[in-house]
Design a protein around this ligand. Structure first.
Ligand code: UD1
Ligand code: CA
Length: 457
């Protein structure tokens, strides 16, 4: 079976941060995850990740999904692959793809097409290359009349070799059995005193084995990040690639300022995304919605014709025709049913809001099951927490909740219950009743005249 080794041992000193470089995020996902998903899309699932700097963070991130192996000392890319030899030896029949964990845009097309060439040419090793306008920092591909003859690192290259624009992507197919043998022959007699994986090409050729190169049409697949500026460039590139895909699918953008859409997000045609909107993983948006300005939506399912304006929503479901905002927070595990209107300064948490209910302003609904066509007056609070336990409120269809009502959970309002403004509801109210809790208002005439006396003159 074909295998994959992903090199993820690097620290990324120039990032000036305390995490392994492959865990830096592009559009909200670690670069390592992009590389893994390219493998999965190519049908490769026997993956070993070589960890090094803060390797425990790689394990924590992978959470057992794939095997890892530790490179205790950072002695180069060849040395990194050597750590995976026990993984390779489990099955030496097929081929092994070696990838860099910090080059997120490697694509399934290049992976699959290069494997075809690798097999046709019966190569021990096939390297994926690309032509770059600016090849600085990359290993250069040296060719002769027979094809590739070697890879020379920038630091070891002559001025003439540095003028070559075809570079090593850092991705290769090896015949697994050849890889194990070639690794045993690497030496570290170079400018960086490292075991270079790239030396396998010249070694293979010198021994009469075949080596080849697959040149990708798309130079972007080799883009990597060595510093924060590179990382910003990768994010900018990925962001535009995602936005372009949505434009092709009929999504409307009139201004891209502050818009970031993670790559798994799905958006229906005719939907408009307004500035300042961040759409995170797991979000699915229907047709003809208006999202923004200034929304953050994470892991939510939205129906059609939903309008969100200055809304933050997490792990919730918002059905068709719902209108929310401005300045609304929808917290996890909420279900806002069709036709609901939610206005300014409202927070909904872990609650169901029934069809056509209106929560117009300044209201907190937490841990509640709210029926259809309920009207919430301004300033309603579900008092769901007594400092020890959280309890639920149940509000029947067609209830009319007066302004500034407190509902002390657990409590249930039946169907079409009215609560008078300012009422604190402490026990269940039957269908069609009015709950009113008020002292008798007194008027003390002339009070301030007596109290303030001279000050009122
Ligand atoms: C490497 C290639 C270069 C290629 C470039 C593409 C070598 C010698 N050079 O150079 O030809 O153009 O990638 O980006 O292979 N890593 C480890 N352990 C190590 C060293 C590296 O795990 O001891 C990992 C890094 O985390 C990274 C990958 O290997 O994911 C590449 O290492 P890096 O140091 O970035 O190699 P380059 O010098 O860029
Ligand atoms: Ca690099």
């Amino acid at each position: 079976m074909n295998k994959v080794v992903i090199l993820a041992g690097g620290q990324g000193k120039r990032m000036k941060a305390d995490i392994p470089k492959p865990l830096f995020k592009v559009l909200g996902e670690p670069m390592l995850e992009w590389v893994i998903s390219a493998c999965e899309e190519s049908g490769l699932s026997d993956i070993c990740v070589v960890k090094g700097y803060k390797g425990e963070m790689i394990d924590e991130y992978l959470n057992g999904r794939y095997s890892t192996v530790l490179q205790a000392e950072r002695l180069g890319t060849g040395h990194a692959v050597m750590q995976a030899v026990p993984f390779l030896e489990k099955d030496t029949d097929g081929s092994t793809l070696v990838l860099c964990g910090d080059a997120p845009f490697i694509d399934p097309t290049a992976i699959k097409e290069s494997l075809v060439i690798h097999k046709q040419q019966k190569n021990a090793v096939t390297v994926i290359t690309a032509e770059l306008d600016n090849p600085t920092g990359y290993g250069r591909i040296i060719r002769n009349e027979n094809g590739i003859s070697a890879i020379v690192e920038e630091k070891d290259a002559t001025a003439e070799q540095r003028s070559i624009h075809e570079v090593n992507s850092g991705a290769y197919w090896f015949r697994t059995a050849d890889l194990i043998e070639l690794l045993g022959k690497l030496e570290c007699t170079n400018a960086q005193k490292e075991y270079y994986l790239t030396d396998t090409i010249a070694i293979a050729l010198s021994e009469g084995r075949n080596a080849g190169a697959y040149k990708s049409e798309n130079p972007d697949i080799i883009k990597g990040a060595n510093d924060r500026k590179d990382l910003l460039e990768l994010n900018t590139y990925a962001r535009m690639a995602v936005i372009n895909k949505h434009l092709e699918n009929g999504v409307e953008f009139t201004c891209l300022d502050g818009i970031t859409i993670e790559r798994s997000v799905k958006i229906g045609e005719g939907t408009e995304i307004l500035s300042g909107t961040i759409l995170r993983s797991g979000t699915v948006i229907g047709k003809n919605c208006t999202i923004g300005p200034n929304c953050v939506i994470e892991d939510c399912k939205l129906g059609d014709e939903v309008k969100l304006n200055y809304v933050q929503a997490y792990e919730s479901e918002i059905d068709s025709g719902v209108k929310i905002g401005p300045w609304v927070h929808i917290r996890p595990n909420s279900h806002i049913k069709s036709g609901v209107k939610i206005g300014d300064f409202v927070e909904i948490k872990n609650s169901t809001i029934g069809e056509k209910t209106a929560v117009a302003h300044l209201t907190y609904v937490g841990d509640s099951d709210v029926g259809k066509k309920v009207n919430f007056g301004c300033g309603t609070v579900t008092v769901n927490y007594d400092g020890i336990v959280k309890s639920r409120c149940v509000i029947g269809d067609n209830c009319f909740i007066g302004c500034n009502t407190n509902l002390i959970a657990p409590v249930k309002l039946g169907k079409a219950v009215y609560t008078a403004a300012g009422t604190t509801v402490t026990h269940d109210v039957p269908d069609y009743a009015l709950a009113i809790d008020r002292g008798v208002m007194k008027v003390n005439e002339g009070y301030s005249l007596r109290k303030l006396k001279s000050k009122l003159k």
